[in-house]
Structures are given as structure tokens and as C-alpha cells.
Design a protein around this ligand. Structure first.
Ligand code: HEM
Length: 153
């Protein structure tokens, strides 16, 4: 179960990033060109937020089966928080990614509630961009945080 979840969680990151970039690009161009809010805008926003929820679900399960998630506290106790890699997976990644999912979801709601199409695009652009920046910062690319494979097989 652990290897399968890790594999899925690793690959779903690309869905989140691709859907996120397209949704943000569409929202920005729609806002700047004062374009109507069409089905494709709604579909891409739903795909981005949906992929974030899927990643959250996989991540939550992974957190309880992975040796670097909750189990790290059992094996290493409070020493986990003193080690940068341990702290990243046991705490920072989890907290910041949950925050990113909440921000993306709020963006989806406020954008849907707006009645003016330009405002719909603008709200989606701002909230989705903040969520995606957090996601980009908290993926373990190995730049400031631990390095994990880009493509896991
Ligand atoms: C959009 C949100 C998220 C993205 C894009 C994301 C992405 C990633 C990536 C790329 C990895 C490295 C996978 C690998 O080694 O191949 C990872 C690891 C991990 N993620 Fe996430 N994650 C997200 C949310 C979460 C959440 C919300 C949790 C927990 C509740 C979580 C828990 C974990 C854990 C425990 C690992 C380490 C797994 C291990 O090495 O055993 N992730 N995540």
C-alpha cells in the first residue's frame, strides 16, 4: 500500500501543476481581455481544485502509512522537529499543503459566487495563484527542501 500511495501522490503532483497553470492562465487572460466566463473556464477551475482534493486525500492516507509521516514521531520522538528533512515531511509539507487546498477551494467558491464574468476571472486568478505558489514552494524539489524524484517509477 505504501509504495502505491507514494507513486500516486508523486504523479498526481503533475496533474495539480498542469491544471493549475492552465486555470490561472485562462483566468488571467479572461480578466485582462474582459472575456465572458465560459464552460472551459469553469471546467479547468474544477479540475484544478478537484486534483488538489485528490492530492490532499492521497497525502492524508500517506501521512499515516509513511515512515516519514506520523510514524516519524513514534520512532524519533521530538527529535523529528530538529531535523530539516524530518520536520519538512512530518509537519511543514502537511500544514502548508492543507492551507493551499483551502485557499484554492475558497477561490473556487468566491469566483463561482461573483456575478460579473470579469470579477469571476479576477478572483479565480488571485486565489488560484496564491494556492499554486504555496504548492510550488512546498513540493520537495530539493531546492530549499528535501529532494525527491521528479518522476517516480
Ligand atoms: C497539492 C498538495 C500536495 C502536493 C502537490 C504534494 C506533493 C508531494 C510530492 C511531490 C512528494 C514527493 C513524492 C515522492 O517522493 O515521489 C510528496 C511527499 C509526501 N507528501 Fe505530499 N503533496 C501534497 C499534499 C500533501 C498533504 C496534504 C499531505 C498530508 C496530509 C502530504 C503528505 C506527504 C507525505 C507524508 C510525503 C512523504 C512520503 C514518503 O516519502 O514516505 N502531501 N508530496
Amino acid at each position: 500500500m505504501y509504495p502505491t500511495l507514494l507513486l500516486l501522490h508523486s504523479w498526481t503532483r503533475w496533474l495539480v501543476l498542469i491544471f493549475g497553470l492552465i486555470a490561472i492562465f485562462r483566468a488571467f487572460s479572461g480578466w485582462q481581455n474582459r472575456r465572458p466566463y465560459v464552460g472551459a473556464d469553469n471546467g479547468m477551475a474544477a479540475s484544478f481544485v478537484g486534483s488538489m482534493h485528490l492530492q490532499l486525500l492521497l497525502g492524508l492516507i500517506l501521512y499515516f502509512v509513511s515512515p516519514v509521516g506520523a510514524k516519524a514521531f513514534e520512532t524519533a520522538g521530538s527529535a523529528v522537529m530538529k531535523d530539516a528533512t524530518g520536520r519538512f515531511f512530518a509537519m511543514e509539507h502537511l500544514v502548508m499543503m492543507i492551507l493551499a487546498v483551502i485557499i484554492a477551494q475558497v477561490g473556487r467558491i468566491v469566483s463561482k459566487k461573483a456575478t460579473d464574468p470579469v470579477l469571476k476571472h479576477k478572483k479565480a486568478f488571485i486565489w488560484f495563484s496564491v494556492a499554486l505558489v504555496i504548492v510550488l514552494l512546498m513540493i520537495p524539489w530539493g531546492i530549499w527542501n528535501p529532494e525527491r524524484p521528479l518522476f517516480r517509477f
